[in-house]
Design a binder for this molecule. Sequence first.
Ligand SMILES: [Zn+2]
Length: 258
Amino acid sequence: MMNKWEGIVIRSIPYGESNSIVTLYTKEAGKVTAMARGAKKPRSKLVAVTQLFTYGSYLIRKGRGMGTLEQGEQINSMRFIREDLEAMAYTSYIVEIVDRLTEENERRQGVYTLLYEALNAINEQYDPEAISLFVEWKMLTVGGIHPILHECAHCHATEGEFAFSFRAIGFICHRCFHTDKYSVRITPNQLKLIRTFATVPISSVGDLTLKKETKMFLKKIVRTIYDEQLGVYFKTRAFLDQLETSPNLLPIKKAPKE
Ligand SMILES: [Zn+2]
């Protein structure tokens, strides 16, 4: 059966001398892996459309087992992502999260929209580090983790001072700090940001310029949840960590305001 699907290349690995096995996250069918025959031959029409991060429209023949990618038409090559080291590093991490937390042939509209909006925003040169925070927080629910962010996880209060509790996987209020002595205190602004990352679509936020320390702090919280609750090891994180400890690898960008 031939299908025409719109999607983004989240993985592309060489297979044999001239083929590639391509994993797409599609709008219509979720995650789909297909064999792209001849995609590594320089003159193949499939070369461009099987590049990592490419957004396009694809013709995929599905039978039993792995499908075959017959044709593709590029809609957006995500050129900036490909040319910018930091953008590429964060996008690699984003597609790895999506790949690792989703199953083949399982359609989740929310995941497609998130991935699509994240890549487009990074390609339009929004801060990739902030965009990855949206993806990290939102993909938790796809991994089966539902942090309690709208009230105190313990007494359901919505007023007061708050901390993040890894034990409750959510906010706890000052009246309940005693329930988790390892909870991390957060400011009202940090609380608001976590809610934004977890619940507001990237497309409705606009430009979000955050201080480096704020991003590091919120990233540490969400990554601790991944490590403790899901135990998934993301191999692209190693390169991100390296980038962060060697900022001289990156070009100087405009100073953040918050
Ligand atoms: Zn409470």
